[in-house]
Write a protein that binds this ligand. Structure first.
Ligand SMILES: [Zn+2]
Length: 250
């Protein structure tokens, strides 16, 4: 932790690296949706691969009894009448939106298997997460995020195989356990704790230096990243203690 903090203090930060996302199966209809529909479906169901009833049938799966639909929006396009004329305009105009019910992949059953998005090799602490009762799910997520964590820390969802994101969400989950529950939305203090914990774990397990990413990330939330980290450090220590003590007793 001291080493990472020192890097922050001296400005000795690695260049920003891009994270490779888990991509949806090419055949999934959501591939062709607008960003807002992807975000809508994901926010309601926690899954990106949502499809209409018939679309699932075509993929060899049935929607399970009692499963609830989530809704996306489809623009209602009409050809307006030309001014003072019976003729119709060439172009279509959007006059509003209608809702379209779709179902998440986990709401379906059938012979045709769903794509498994898990990595070939799980990251360090993956088993610890399970032992601590944190479910880990790998699946494509909406384009506006890379992963997330339920407020009670019982489950994390990862839209990438990158260890940095796994550590970040795992830190959120453990933090939730320590404090009872996470605050909703992107809370500056919480993000700093998760991101700093992640960098320390990346360093500890010998992955690429990601301090630059962390600095950039924390800067989005805090004017002075170093001060934010200093404030967060007590909780970071607690989170690391839970994770690493559990690993030592394995
Ligand atoms: Zn976060």
């Amino acid at each position: 932790m001291k080493k990472v903090l020192q890097q922050f203090k001296t400005g000795d930060l690695s260049p920003i690296t891009n994270v490779a996302r888990i991509h949806l199966d090419d055949t999934a209809p959501a591939m062709r949706w607008s960003l807002s529909n992807k975000v809508l479906a994901y926010a309601q169901s926690g899954e990106l691969d949502c499809r209409g009833y018939r679309q699932w049938e075509q993929a060899g799966r049935m929607v399970k009894k009692g499963e609830k639909a989530v809704y996306i929006l489809r623009p209602v396009m009409v050809r307006m009448r030309k001014q003072d004329s019976e003729e119709l305009e060439e172009k279509y105009t959007c006059i509003g939106f209608s809702t379209v019910p779709v179902f998440a992949a986990s709401s379906t059953e059938g012979q045709s298997g769903l794509t498994v998005y898990d990595p070939i090799k799980y990251p360090p602490l993956y088993e610890i997460a399970q032992k601590l009762g944190v479910a880990v799910e790998y699946a494509p997520v909406a384009d506006n995020k890379l992963g997330d964590c339920l407020a009670d820390g019982s489950k994390i969802r990862l839209g990438t195989h990158d260890e940095r994101i796994f550590f970040h969400e795992l830190a959120h989950a453990i933090h939730a356990r320590i404090d009872g529950e996470l605050k909703g939305g992107q809370h500056a203090g919480q993000e700093t704790i998760a991101e700093f914990t992640s960098v320390v774990l990346m360093d500890l397990y010998g992955f690429a230096d990601t301090t630059g990413n962390a600095w950039n990330y924390i800067s989005q939330y805090a004017e002075d990243p170093l001060l934010a980290v200093t404030k967060a450090i007590g909780t970071v220590e607690k989170v690391l203690k839970v994770l690493l003590e559990e690993e030592l007793t394995c």
